[in-house]
Design a protein around this ligand. Structure first.
Ligand code: TRP
Length: 349
C-alpha cells in the first residue's frame, strides 16, 4: 500500500489540530449521551481533556511479545499523561488472546456484551475479532500493518465505520534494499509467516511483487501457529540465501527459536521489527512502537471526546530507524558499512 506512506505527514498535521480542538470539548462518547457532564471545561489549547466519567476501556491483544507489549505499556502511560488514569477515572481491562483466534473472539464478544465504552485492539487479528464482535462500540486499533487490506477500514482518510487506529506498515522493499547493502549477492529469499495473519500476507505480497520484478526467488514456509516455527525454520535453512520475516505475531512470540536456527546456519535473517532484532534477528528497518502507542492514546482520547471513528483518519506512523544486531553480525561475519552504521540503532552490545 504505497498511499499509506504518502498521507502520513498531511494526516499528522490535520490530526494535531483536531487533537487541540478536542482538548477544549466535551468528553462524552457518542455511545453514552445520557452521561453528558454538567459542567463544560473552559476551552484552552493546553488544557488536558477533563475525564468526565469512568470509562471502561477494553484492551485486546493477540499474544504477548515484546513489540506488542511495548505498544500497550506506552499506550497506557500516555493515556495517564493525558489525564485518563486506570483505577482513578477510567477502568482498563487488558486481555491477551494467547495467540488463538477463538480466544480473541470470546474476549471481544465479552467486551461488547458488557458494553465497554471503547475497545483498543492491538495487532491485526485482535482488531478483526473486535470488528466481528461489534459495529457500535468504538474500536481503536494499534500496530495494524495494513488496515485496508485487512478489511478494517475503507481508507486511512475516511475509515467509514466504528473503527480507526494506527498502522505500523513497513516496506518489505526497503528491507530487501537494506539486505542488498549489508549482504549482497543473494538470489533466493526465504520467508516464514502465519498464513492466517492478514498483516503478514500483505507484507509478503509486497515482497513477492518486488522479487518478481527483480529476478529474485521467494521460498515460502507458511505456518499456522508458533509450534510449527522450529521445523519451518529448519526446512527453510537449506533452501535460501537470506530470510525475511514480516511483523508476524506467531513468529515474534517465539522469535529466539527462529534466530537460533538461522544464525547457526549463518543465514542473514531480516525482520520487520526492532524487537525481532533484539531477539537475535540480524537487521530491520522499522517503526518506533513506543511512539505508536502514544499515537494510539491520542486517538483514543479523541474518540472518548466524542469523535466518530468513521470520520477520524487512521494514522500510519513513519518507518524511522534501521536496527542491527551486532552479535548476530559477528556470527554471520558481516562488517557493517560505515554509512549504515552511522544511521543505525545497534542492539545486542
Ligand atoms: N503489525 C502486526 C499486526 O498487524 C503487529 C506487530 C507489531 C508485530 N509489531 C510487531 C508483529 C512485531 C510481530 C513483530 O498484527
Amino acid at each position: 500500500m504505497k498511499n499509506l506512506k504518502k498521507g502520513i505527514a498531511a494526516l499528522l498535521a490535520v490530526l494535531m489540530c483536531v487533537a487541540l480542538f478536542a482538548c477544549g470539548g466535551k468528553t462524552t462518547p457518542s455511545a453514552s449521551p445520557s452521561e453528558t457532564p454538567s459542567e463544560s471545561p473552559s476551552p484552552s489549547a493546553s488544557a488536558p481533556v477533563e475525564p468526565a466519567k469512568n470509562y471502561k476501556v477494553g484492551i485486546i491483544q493477540i499474544v504477548e511479545h515484546p513489540s506488542l507489549d511495548e505498544v500497550r505499556t506506552s499506550f497506557i502511560a500516555e493515556l495517564a499523561a493525558k489525564g485518563f488514569v486506570d483505577g482513578q477515572n477510567i477502568t482498563i481491562d487488558y486481555k491477551n488472546g494467547q495467540g488463538d483466534m477463538t480466544n480473541l473472539n470470546t474476549i471481544a464478544q465479552g467486551f461488547a456484551n458488557d458494553k465497554y465504552d471503547i475497545i483498543v485492539a492491538i495487532a491485526t487479528p485482535s482488531a478483526q475479532a473486535a470488528q466481528a464482535a461489534t459495529s457500535e462500540i468504538p474500536i481503536v486499533f494499534s500496530a495494524v500493518t495494513d488496515p485496508v487490506d485487512a478489511g478494517l477500514i475503507d481508507s486511512l482518510e475516511k475509515p467509514g465505520a466504528n473503527i480507526t487506529g494506527t498502522s505500523d506498515w513497513i516496506s518489505a522493499v526497503d528491507i530487501i534494499k537494506l539486505a542488498n547493502d549489508l549482504t549482497p549477492g543473494f538470489k533466493t529469499i526465504g520467508t516464514i509467516y502465519n498464513s492466517g495473519e492478514a498483516n503478514s500476507v500483505s507484507t509478503v505480497n509486497d515482497l513477492k511483487a518486488y522479487a518478481a520484478e527483480n529476478g529474485l526467488t521467494i521460498v515460502e514456509q507458511p505456518i499456522t501457529n508458533t509450534s510449527e516455527l522450529q521445523q519451518a525454520a529448519q526446512t527453510l535453512s537449506n533452501k535460501c540465501d537470506i530470510v525475511f520475516i514480516p511483523t508476524d505475531n506467531a513468529v515474534a512470540s517465539a522469535m529466539p527459536i527462529a534466530a537460533e536456527v538461522f544464525n547457526a546456519a549463518k543465514i542473514p535473517l531480516y525482520v520487520g521489527a526492532d524487537s525481532m532484532v533484539t531477539d537475535g534477528g540480524f537487521a530491520s528497518y522499522g517503526v518506533n512502537y513506543t511512539n505508536l502507542g502514544k499515537e494510539t492514546a491520542a486517538m483514543v482520547v479523541d474518540v472518548l471526546g466524542g469523535k466518530a471513528p468513521a470520520e477520524l483518519p487512521a494514522r500510519a506512523i513513519p518507518v524511522t530507524d534501521i536496527y542491527i544486531n551486532s552479535v548476530t553480525a559477528a556470527i554471520l561475519g558481516v562488517t557493517i558499512p560505515e554509512e549504515i552504521l552511522n544511521n543505525a540503532k545497534i542492539v545486542g552490545e
